[in-house]
Every structure is written in C-alpha cells, then in structure tokens.
Design a protein around this ligand. Structure first.
Ligand code: 5AD
Ligand code: SF4
Length: 467
C-alpha cells in the first residue's frame, strides 16, 4: 500500500471511507493502484495532492453528507492552489455510481467521479485530470512544446534520418506505461516539421522516417491555421527536392484514416512498408486492452491499405498472455497472423507494468503458458518473414545505400521494405538510391547486385523478374 516506484515523486493521498467493510477494502485497493504513481497515504486532507471520498449509499442522507464534505474540501483545494499546488478530488463508491454527473454539476471543483467498477482505471483518470489543468500539471506530465526549444540545426544523421513529429499518447492501452510517462499527445506544427525535413535533406538525408509514439494521430497546426493530419503532412514533405523516401512509425489502427491510406496510393516516395501494431487477434482481449478496435477492423484496414498500395508489406506488435487471455483468444491471434501474412513483426510476453490497469487485473496468465504462446506466435511470424524475404528473390528493387558493408568491397543499404541489403558496389554509391536485383535472400537480409544503366523504378517493385 505504501510502495512507490523510485522514480515517482512523493505525493500525498487522503482517502475518506464511509460504510461497509467492502468500501474499506476498495479504499485500500485504490491506494494500491495509485502507489506506483508515487501516492503515499496522508492523515488529513489538508495539503494532500489527491483526496478520494469513498461513499456509501446504505447510510441515510449519504449524498447530503457527501456534499457537505465537498464544501469543506473546496476550501482545502483552494488553499493548496494558493500555494501553487494542486489537489485532485475524486468521488468514488456507490453514491458516485448513483449520482454520477449530478456530483460535478453541483460541485464543479470535483475532478473525478468513479463507480466501483472502474477503480482499476484510477491511474488513467488521475493522469487525465492532472493533465487537464494548467501549469502544475506540466511538472507531472511534461506535455509542453519541448521541440520548440531544440537547437535549430539537427546534427547530420546520414542517408536515413529520423524526425520526431509527435509525442505522447492518450490511448491508455491496459498494459502500457507510455500515457503515464510520456504524457498526452502533442504534434509539432507543420512548418517546424517541414523546415527540419528540408534541413535534414540539405545535410544528406535521402530517407526521412517520421517518428511518434502515436505518429498517425498527428494533428499539427498547418501554415493555413487548419489542423493537418499525417496524410496531408506526408504529401507536403513528398514535395521536398532530394527527398527520395518517406516512412512513419509507430501507428495505431484507430488513427489509420482514409486520407492517410490514400496517401499510400498517391505518394511514390512513401515506402511500401508499415508497422501497425495490433497486439492481439481476439476481440475479447482487444477490448480488455482498451484498444478501441476489433480484429475485423484491423483486417479491413489492411485490405484498404493493400488496395491502395499492392506491394505494401506489414509489420506489427503482438502481446502473448495479456491478463484474461484464454487458449481460444491465443488461437484467434494465430489466425489473424495467418490471415494477414506479415513481412516481419515484434512479439512480447505480457509483463505487468506497475500503475497500469492490466497489472492489477485478475486472471494473470501463468508464465509457462505465456512462454508457450509467445513461442507459437514467434514460430509463425518467423516462417512468414522467411517466406516474405524469399519472395523478393529475383526482384528488381531500389536500394538506398547507407554505408560500408561488413566485408571489403560491400556496401550496405535498405530495401523499400526496410530489409537490410548488401551488394558488391563502390562506396561512392552511399547516399544514393540505386536499382539492384535481389540475388539471394536470408532470414534477416537480402543480397543484391547492381543493375547497370536501367532504373529499377521502371518496373513495379512487386513484379518478379524471371528466376
Ligand atoms: N508487456 C508486454 N509488451 C508490452 N508492450 C508494451 N507494454 C507491454 C507490456 N506491459 C509492447 C506492445 C507495444 C510495444 C512497443 O511493446 O506490443 O506495441
Ligand atoms: Fe499508446 Fe501505443 Fe501504449 Fe497503446 S500501446 S497506450 S497506443 S503508446
């Protein structure tokens, strides 16, 4: 109950409990889920960073008691603010459940109202409530326009450069710490992104990879004052002279809108490879993960993307053994992998992150079971990766050479699908996109040879040359 993660700043939590033993137990649970965020118990509400009133409907005049308590707390909250601090005020328990919005209507200084079914979501609600306010919040969840303070000239990064356009996440997947540690979504303005991309290209970048925890949730302020989505930003960047390749990572299926999908059809520089984490193929698990989409939604997006760009290859993330995952759910994940066919993917064994809802969820999957499921997922993904790499054999592809290869006389580069490629070639080709033919395929890379004279771009990337 008192444990807190070493990194978290110490904060004081006061919980007032009315009613039965059940409520006393619930209060302890709420303190437990908040402990990893640095909240330790306080004896009084005065000066506390967070106050929870855990109410009970059984006693007479329960709501009248609550409102008079809230009146007193308003003063404590004001006093805390006068010192430059902030008190998050939450009403929990049966009265919260019964009165709901009535509570915030009568006492607008209440930050959170939550029923007994949502205690596991308390860390998320606290994060949202603290972010919703002004200055003090920023010390908890820095969401400030930190990019504006970066030095003007980014250091040269070579032929492949990375450009952060978005930070943070508002999605609160059950298993993930990012929304707590990185704060809410923030997108850099279009003009700043374009200026930096131009600078990177001037310094020698031929490929720019746009980065963000939720990169396709990008909603930056455009030069026209309108909010631009990622599709529009990509079209703008594609116009930069000398920029041969564009990529973006990491995306969420929920933000894969039609405009962004259309960009894949319209922009030749947008490479035919997309990392789109799905995490699970089971609707039950996706719901428990708070992903906000079903397996069928993901399949529909994949279908649209492939219609827009037939040579698009997909990557994803999978979690084996999320709390509550059954053998059937696991089979659904394997089925989804089989249906989609991934060029590569990352898979992880579920591992509890303190302070996240899944960490405190019942029905944790035993380690041996998680190990077995992960093994099955990885086996299938490895087969698909091998098959994908083999299917490149004999293809004419553009390779962006990035530096010397492992052996003398070799140059290393990247295929359109992000596979490492090596070829016998002069180092003078580093920084160039060069037409090549794939002459050998390996589990994690391709071997290629230069095609003199012709441009690989004359042929569609997916067209297979005679073997
Ligand atoms: N346990 C296992 N995998 C996780 N990921 C994030 N949090 C967890 C966790 N608690 C994985 C997700 C995400 C990737 C970056 O890391 O699959 O997409
Ligand atoms: Fe956000 Fe991705 Fe973490 Fe989900 S997994 S909370 S979308 S960063």
């Amino acid at each position: 109950m008192t444990g807190s993660s070493p990194a978290a700043p110490r904060k004081r939590l006061f919980v007032k409990t009315w009613g039965c033993q059940m409520n006393v137990y619930d209060s302890a649970r709420m303190a437990d889920v908040l402990a990893p965020l640095g909240y330790a118990p306080a004896e009084t509400p005065e000066g506390a960073d967070m106050v929870i009133l855990n109410t009970c409907h059984i006693r007479e005049k329960a709501s009248e008691k609550l409102f008079s308590e809230l009146g007193r707390l308003r003063e404590a909250k004001r006093a805390k603010e006068a010192e430059g601090g902030r008190m998050v005020l939450a009403v929990a328990g049966c009265v919260a459940q019964a009165e709901g919005a009535e509570i915030t209507a009568r006492s607008p200084w209440v930050d959170i109202v939550l029923g007994p079914q949502s205690y596991h979501r308390l860390p998320e609600m606290v994060a949202r409530a603290t972010r919703a306010a002004g200055a003090v919040i920023e010390t908890d969840f820095p969401a400030e326009a930190k990019f504006d303070h970066l030095p003007e000239a980014a250091a040269p990064q070579g032929p492949i450069a990375f450009l952060t356009i978005q930070e943070g996440c508002d999605k609160f997947c059950s298993f993930c710490v990012v929304p707590y540690t990185r704060g809410s979504e923030y997108s850099r303005p279009v003009a700043a992104v374009v200026a930096e991309a131009r600078r990177l290209v001037a310094q020698g970048a031929r490929e720019v990879a746009l980065l963000g925890q939720n990169v396709n949730a990008y909603h930056g302020e455009g030069p026209d004052g309108a909010t631009w989505g990622l599709g529009r930003l990509l079209r703008e960047l594609a116009g930069i002279e000398g920029l041969a390749r564009l990529r973006y990572t990491t995306s969420h299926p929920r933000d894969m809108d039609d405009d962004l999908i259309a960009a894949h059809a319209e922009i030749p520089a947008l490479m035919p490879f997309l990392h789109l984490p799905v995490q699970s193929g089971s609707d039950r698990v996706l719901k428990a993960m708070n992903r906000g989409h079903a397996a069928a939604d993901f399949l529909r997006i994949v279908e649209k993307l492939r219609a827009a760009r037939p040579d698009l290859a997909l990557s994803s993330d999978f979690i084996a053994g999320h709390p509550g995952e059954t053998e059937d759910d696991h089979r659904d994940t394997l089925r989804l992998i089989e249906r989609v066919g991934f060029a590569q993917a990352f898979s992880f064994k579920y591992s509890p992150r303190p302070g996240t809802p899944a960490a405190g969820a019942p029905f944790q999957v035993p380690e041996v079971e998680k190990d077995r499921r992960l093994h099955e997922i990885q086996h299938l993904l490895r087969e698909q990766q091998l098959a994908f790499n083999r299917s490149r054999h004999g293809l004419r592809i553009d390779v962006l050479f990035t530096g010397p290869g492992r052996h003398p006389g070799q140059v290393a580069g990247r295929s359109p699908w992000l596979q490492p490629v090596h070829a016998e070639a002069p180092l003078s080709l580093v920084g160039q996109v060069v037409p090549c033919e794939v002459v050998a395929t390996h589990p994690n890379s391709l071997a290629a040879r230069l095609i003199g004279g012709e441009r690989a771009g004359d042929q569609p990337e997916q067209e297979k040359a005679a073997a």
